[in-house]
Design a protein around this ligand. Structure first.
Ligand code: NAD
Length: 364
């Protein structure tokens, strides 16, 4: 989305909070609350801008809406060094400043984690992504987002004419999302053939043992130390022969430079914005399905919303499965019927739901 002041959805509020004695500032953007109180992460970074937080808050509106959650979209940023020794103080001061802003529920994001959410919860009794000990569902440990990606792949394979059992899979990134995705996909019979991290790519067309690769990554720090495979460069991951490609690390990695060299027949977007808009158009013209990030990687926020509603781990997993499968089918049906990009189909569905809710609430 290009830079904007506001449109027919939001934002409702943008706030800059200054903490002069402690020497930091924070930004809160509440984009839309017609579906319910907004949920969105607290990002900690030294160079955050209001524009960036606005874009992230809008993404949360779309993601929460299309996932059918009773939550709007919001986002916050603490403009400070994420490794600062003063982190707890920043979070507690930030929490006190947003105490009465009950239309915003903070969650973890880049630079924050469950401990930070515990500090906020301790101050104002309002946060998601909490530690297990105080009622949280540990979404990274449970692999909520990776599970959702594997459920999405199951449905998308039907539209791409691929049998998931035996399908060759390549994954960029082997952190929380990449590892869980590999684990759940291999349980469904898919074969992991290539995985990359910042050090390089490990490749074996006969299949990589997921459990063993997780141990190698945890013990040695990189997937390239897995013995039964060839080591290639990070970029080679994208051109390895496979049926399903899952970018689960950084933005814009599939772009006009490499899109025509991809050999996958289906792309499931695990990271946020891993495919440029231009590359999405080219993939669409070539008949390669690319399921957009905010449909495919919604498992984490669905689990966070279930935690907020005090649901169990089992209920959270079944909500992720049901919602992601239904939405993947819905947007791919619309894509084929209306001959539009999957992202456009997803945005239209998300936007319509928000606008309908705004009408019920007399916001129009
Ligand atoms: P993480 O930090 O746990 O893991 C990131 C992995 O990517 C690491 O293995 C790292 O080595 C690898 N990586 C980084 N740069 C790379 C590069 N250039 N080439 C290859 N590998 C590279 O992060 P995560 O929680 O797994 O999140 C991954 C992405 O998914 C991020 O974009 C995040 O915003 C997005 N996301 C995460 C969640 C979640 O639940 N954690 C939910 C939605 C979206």
């Amino acid at each position: 989305m290009s830079s904007f002041e506001f449109d027919d959805i939001g934002p409702l509020k943008t706030l800059e909070l200054y903490f002069p004695r402690s020497g930091f500032k924070a930004i809160v953007v509440i984009d839309n609350v017609s579906l319910g109180p907004s949920i969105g992460g607290v990002r900690v970074s030294r160079d955050l801008t209001i524009e960036e937080v606005k874009r992230l808050a809008r993404t949360m509106t779309m993601k929460n809406s299309v996932a059918g959650l009773p939550h709007g979209g919001g986002k916050a940023g603490i403009v400070a060094d994420p490794t600062s020794a003063e982190k707890e103080k920043y979070f507690r001061l930030f929490a006190r400043a947003i105490k009465d802003m009950d239309e915003y529920i903070p969650g973890p994001d880049m630079g924050s984690n469950e401990e930070c959410m515990a500090w906020i919860y301790d101050e104002i009794k309002r946060a998601v992504g909490l530690p297990e000990e105080i009622g949280g569902l540990p979404l990274d440990k449970l692999g909520a987002t990776g599970f959702g990606l594997s459920e999405c792949a199951e449905v998308a394979c039907l539209y791409a004419g691929i049998s998931l059992r035996g399908a060759k899979v390549a994954i960029q990134g082997f952190g929380s999302v990449g590892k869980a995705t590999a684990r759940f996909l291999s349980e469904k019979g898919a074969v992991l053939v290539a995985v990359s991290d910042t050090k390089g790519t490990i490749y074996n067309l006969d299949g990589i043992d997921v459990g063993e690769l997780i141990t190698v990554k945890e013990e040695t720090g990189s997937v390239i130390n897995y013995k039964r495979g060839s080591v290639m460069s990070c970029d080679d991951l994208f051109t390895t022969p496979c049926e399903i490609l899952i970018p689960a690390a950084t933005p814009d990695v599939i772009n006009k430079e490499n899109v025509n060299r991809l050999r996958a027949r289906l792309i499931i977007q695990g990271a946020n914005i891993p495919v440029t808009i231009e590359a999405e158009r080219i993939l669409h013209e070539k008949g390669i399905i690319s399921v957009p990030d905010f449909i495919a990687n919604a498992g984490g926020v669905i689990m966070a919303a279930m935690e907020y509603a005090r649901k169990s781990e089992k209920e959270a997993f079944s909500a992720i499965s049901e919602r992601i499968k239904k939405n993947t089918g819905l947007i791919l049906e619309k894509t084929f019927k209306e001959k539009i990009l999957p992202r456009q189909a997803a945005e239209e569905i998300a936007r319509e739901r928000v606008l309908r809710a705004m009408r019920y609430r007399g916001d129009i």
